[in-house]
Design a binder for this molecule. Structure first.
Ligand code: ADP
Length: 675
């Protein structure tokens, strides 16, 4: 750790060091500045920050340092094609200074800087996409301010500790220095900083916080140093701290480890250091479930430091489905938008640093670069093989990962044909036999019943409801395990994945159940004869078909029902019931309903009696009412509403009345006309 005295005028850190000066009178800038209103969402966010009583307000420093590091990364990248940008001040660094008398804490960098327009857009008028989501998330579960960085709005956390925030910035290569200033109350001022002003800077940004009395701890050097070491020790730029507020007795100290952590040998890195770096690089604050750190030295040379989180990042289900792995070339940050891993691995965070990609490559050219493609392919394979290893050797860890990212990994089943088999080894399911535990397909296949040739599943959006579906009864009676699929993605992969280990996936709500060759268990064993005769069932089926018309595509005797009287299934070769429901809700998805098959249970007492009545054609068999009530009942069992509530109610009342009339002692009365 270097300790050196500095005299004014000979500033080793160049621009960064300028920030240590005494405070400029805030009131004066306000008078000369041009006032802008914050966008409504930003105002809302600021209000929250200003009034925050969050105990971990210290995270503001992590956010400001992270922004400063990004600014240095951006300049280093731009300087690849325009070396003049770095000429005057090549050592990129972050400088923290404390002026206790003026109550100012400043975090400065000599990175890319911001123009007047950048200041207006980035810090106030164009509400960033993260703002709304962040506010929503706070609404959901109380203010967890620490998540702010994940939403790309970390800068505003400065208002947790400052009465006023001033940002002084000069865009690299630009001629003008600008000041942005706000007390977080709805507006900010923009004004030009004259070259003669002591806060003027040749390049980069200084964020000057006028610390509120309640937060005076942040004017204490030791406290700041501790925070930097806790959260930002391994950002890859030097962080210096200056004490003395611009006086000749200024002391500059280098306080972080700096350097690219990923280049250090694994054995020299502690868990804590990995974790701190993960928080920085991934904007995630959980403990990673798994860390992959290795150097590839085959045809291409590159270093990989990747983290599999243990908790879901909040952007996991964003429509862009973008990964955020940072691509570096020889320690120079290039982009975090190179899409280095397939979308279904987007939860993996970290850094890949290549030795072979040409440094002057433009971001646009990366898409087609064969080295990037080769690295991406190898890394995706490696991630999957590490996950497999975890699944085999550390099932607890794998289970944490699966609970968090299972639905995302399953997207790969229909998106990545090349790795589908590997993914099929990883997928885990709740099943009718799993008792809360996750089962693999290997487990499932090992427990197949005699003559069972398919892997059965049921899909729907409510795990508890699908487990109660009548369609499962015939499977339960035979001890056949059924996968319970309740992630929206399940409706899609089950239509494209052909099978596992030669066994096709088959929905229990679709097509014929084909269960006759699989023996019944326990109380149901030996029960082969239906309670109603074939002829009686045929009469009932004919009556139901006629009454329901085009509402159903067929009415038939069920193999899959044991206790329930009826259920609905979809046709073989079409979509499974779960997917039909989803498609029915989408615009252009076929809308409305597709005709389904009504299955009836000949073993059910009421069905058997109805069948007899239908056969004998005796009085009291109301075909229309019976058909519609059975159909509506099947809909209800499927979690749907009845087709026509008023009609349903009338029919039910008629049936009840008829039943009362038939009761012994009741005055006989003719059944009311059928609808
Ligand atoms: P994030 O950094 O996650 O994008 P912030 O709210 O922290 O969100 O910052 C908003 C934007 O302001 C940044 O994306 C960046 O463009 C700009 N910015 C913030 N701090 C700096 C800085 N020190 N140098 C340059 N630009 C900055």
């Amino acid at each position: 750790m270097a300790v050196k005295k500095k005299t004014p005028g000979k500033q080793a850190g160049g621009a960064a060091a300028k920030s240590g000066g005494a405070a400029k009178d805030p009131a004066k800038a306000k008078r000369t500045g041009e006032s802008h209103s914050f966008q409504a969402e930003v105002s809302q966010l600021l209000h929250l920050m200003v009034h925050s009583v969050y105990s971990q307000s210290e995270i503001f420093l992590r956010e400001l340092i992270s922004n400063a590091a990004d600014a240095c990364d951006k300049l280093r990248y731009e300087a690849l094609t325009d070396t003049a940008l770095l000429d005057d001040d090549p050592a990129l660094a972050i400088t923290i200074s404390i002026d206790r008398k003026a109550r100012i804490l400043s975090v400065a960098d000599n990175g890319i800087g911001m123009s007047r327009q950048d200041l207006i857009e980035n810090l106030g008028t164009i509400a960033r996409s993260g703002t709304r989501r962040y506010l929503e998330s706070l609404g959901d579960k109380g203010a967890d301010v620490s998540l702010i960085g994940q939403f790309g709005v970390g800068f505003y956390s400065a208002f947790m500790v400052a009465e006023e925030v001033e940002v002084i910035s000069t865009r690299a290569g630009g001629a003008q220095c600008w000041s942005w200033r706000s007390d977080g109350q709805g507006a900010f001022d923009i004004s030009r900083v004259a070259k003669t002003d002591e806060n003027w800077r040749p390049r980069g940004t200084a964020v000057r916080l006028h610390i509120a009395p309640k937060s005076k701890e942040y004017l204490d050097t030791a406290r700041i140093e501790t925070i930097v070491k806790t959260y930002s020790n391994h950002i890859p730029f030097t962080i210096e701290i200056i004490e003395g507020g611009g006086k000749s007795a200024e002391v500059r100290r280098h306080i972080n480890a700096a350097g690219a952590l990923w280049m250090r040998p694994k054995k020299d890195i502690t868990d804590e250091q990995y974790r701190e770096f993960y928080a920085h690089v991934g904007h995630q604050f959980d403990t990673p479930a798994h860390i992959m750190h290795y150097k590839a030295e085959g045809r291409h040379e590159y270093t990989v430091l990747l983290f599999v989180p243990s908790q879901r990042p909040l952007d996991l289900f964003d429509p862009q489905r973008q990964g955020r792995i940072k691509l570096y070339v020889k320690r120079v940050f290039i982009t975090d938008e190179a899409g280095l891993v397939p979308s279904y691995l987007r939860f993996v965070r970290g850094v890949i640093d290549s030795e072979d990609i040409p440094l002057n490559i433009s971001r646009e050219m990366l898409q087609n670069n064969p080295i990037v493609a080769a690295i991406s392919k190898a890394v995706a394979n490696r991630v999957l093989s590490e996950l497999k290893k975890l699944a085999d050797k550390k099932p607890d860890v794998f289970s944490t990962i699966w609970e968090a990212f299972g639905p995302v990994l399953k997207e790969g089943l229909y998106e990545d044909m090349e790795r589908r088999d590997k993914l099929l080894e990883l997928v885990r399911f709740r099943t009718t036999a799993s008792d809360g535990e996750n089962r693999s397909l290997k487990d499932y296949v090992a427990d197949l019943k005699e003559n069972q040739t398919a892997i059965y599943f049921i899909a729907g959006d409510d795990a508890a409801a699908i487990a109660e579906s009548p369609q499962l009864e015939g499977f339960a009676a035979r001890g056949i395990e059924v996968l319970l699929l309740s992630d929206p993605v399940d409706n899609f992969w089950t239509t494209t994945v052909l099978g596992y280990d030669g066994k096709p996936f088959k929905s229990v709500t679709q097509g014929a159940a084909d269960l006759e060759n699989i023996p019944l268990l326990g109380k149901d064993a030996g029960k082969t004869k239906p309670a109603a005769s074939k002829a009686a069932m045929a009469a009932l089926i004919a009556a139901l078909k006629q009454a329901l018309g085009e509402k159903v595509s067929d009415v038939r005797v069920s193999q899959r029902l044991v206790d329930s009287p009826v259920c609905l299934v979809s046709q073989a070769g079409g979509f499974d019931r779960g997917l039909e429901k989803i498609l029915g809700q989408q615009p252009g998805g076929g809308g409305g309903e597709r005709p389904r098959i009504l299955e009836i249970n000949p073993d059910h007492g009421v069905i058997a009696s109805l069948a007899k009545a239908a056969r004998s054609g005796g009085g009291g068999f109301a075909a229309e009412d019976t058909a519609w009530l059975l159909f509506d009942q099947a809909r209800i069992l499927d979690g749907e509403t009845v087709s026509d509530p008023a009609d349903f109610s009338d029919r039910l009342m008629r049936m009840m009345a008829a039943n009362l009339d038939a009761a012994p002692g009741a005055k006989p009365k003719k059944a009311k006309a059928k609808a």
